[in-house]
Design a protein around this ligand. Structure first.
Ligand SMILES: *Cc1c(COP(=O)(O)O)cnc(C)c1O
Length: 360
């Protein structure tokens, strides 16, 4: 069977070049005589794999020296608890902006450990925009200020970051890491589950400023303490070795493509092709306020439920899969992460044009 264009929100497409390299190295990695899956995490070859993955990521994201990079397990969702456990350590409170399900989940988890001050929410319009932030509501005593940078489900993203002064800004970048330039120095902590733009599920990337490490609450389980993982270079226990290895190959791939800046250009081009079509069409309609549109996740709808269902069905047959939108938004969502080629978006739009002609 031929490979399809996979528009899944996650786990999502990986670059073909990376998959082929993995295939080539799967049974015997280098001169180790074994697969990375069979390798001790304390062996020389694996040490090299994890160290070069970190080095490449640091280079790609221009991560300052005073930040640690951690490769942990538990997905993005474990960070919802880990962040309050480790960071809510002075005044036991945080600020948060609610822009979708992921920030709502982060809020419920943080509420177990302290006070959560909701600065703004876009829930009134099904999270179809990024709310204006009133700076006078920011709590200067908050232990951190939390945002979801790119909202995977609703297809919004911040184009301007809140100025939180001395309060560390914490951002979930699960679905936009490596897709656009991000100034790491503006943040106290960034995290991303791998399965959207980094690699296979199983590893979570954490980028944390060093001064935020080492003050976890007494109740913090050892495995949820950033200090344990930072002191042990992500090797306190067995890390997700294979996922880290593939992530390292994806980092190399991004570097070969010209780095994050070049990736962003391509992503703007891809998103532009899709959004221009949505704006021109009076049949297909984007669901997000144009200025807050994500580069990675583009939700859209047709005039009726029947047409949505018909479109998804026919698209699947034509090799454009996983276009069904999240149940809370309905309609369709095209996730066009780094690994989705421009050609995939061009072909999808051509298919949409034809669907419009045949069904309008
Ligand atoms: C997918 C996603 C998560 C959840 O990640 P898991 O690894 O499944 O826990 C969290 N935040 C955002 C923005 C996501 O897209």
């Amino acid at each position: 069977m031929e490979r399809v264009y996979n528009f899944s929100a996650g786990p999502s497409m990986l670059p073909l070049e990376v998959l082929e390299k993995v295939q080539k190295e799967l049974v015997c990695y280098g001169d180790s005589g074994m697969s990375v899956m069979e390798m001790s995490h304390r062996s020389k070859p694996f040490e090299k794999i994890i160290q070069s993955a970190e080095a490449t990521l640091r280079e790609l994201m221009n991560i300052p020296e005073n930040y640690k990079v951690l490769f942990l397990q538990g997905g993005g969702s474990t960070q919802f608890a880990m962040i309050p456990l480790n960071l809510m350590n002075k005044n036991n409170k945080c600020d948060i902006v609610l822009t979708g399900q992921w920030s709502k989940k982060a809020k419920s988890e943080a509420l177990k450990y302290g006070k959560v001050n909701v600065i703004a929410s876009s829930e009134d319009k099904v999270f179809s925009y990024i709310p204006e932030l009133d700076k006078s509501k920011f709590d200067p005593e908050a232990d951190y200020f939390y945002i979801t940078y790119n909202n995977t489900i609703y297809g919004t993203r911040y184009t301007e970051l809140p100025d939180t002064g001395n309060v560390p800004l914490v951002a979930d970048i699960s679905s936009n890491i490596l897709s656009q330039e991000i100034d790491v120095s503006k943040f106290g902590l960034l995290f991303a589950g791998a399965q959207k733009n980094v690699g296979p599920a199983g590893v979570t990337v954490i980028i944390i400023r060093e001064d935020l490490i080492g003050n976890a609450m007494d109740i913090t389980p050892t495995m949820l303490d950033y200090k344990i993982h930072a002191d042990n270079a992500s090797l306190y226990n067995t890390p997700p070795c294979f996922a880290i290895y593939v992530a390292g190959l994806v980092f190399e791939w991004v570097k070969e493509k010209g780095g994050v800046k070049a990736m962003q250009k391509i992503n703007e081009k891809k998103a532009g092709i899709l959004y221009n079509f949505l704006d021109e069409s009076d049949f297909f309609k984007g669901t997000v306020v144009p200025k807050d549109r994500s580069l990675m996740n583009a939700p859209f709808v047709l005039p009726t439920e029947e047409l949505n269902a018909k479109f998804i069905k026919e698209a699947t047959v034509a090799g454009f899969v996983n276009l069904k939108g999240h149940r809370t938004v309905g309609g369709m969502r095209a996730s066009i992460y780094n690994a989705m080629p421009v050609e995939g978006v061009e072909k999808l739009v051509a298919f949409m044009k034809k669907f419009e002609m045949d069904n309008k």
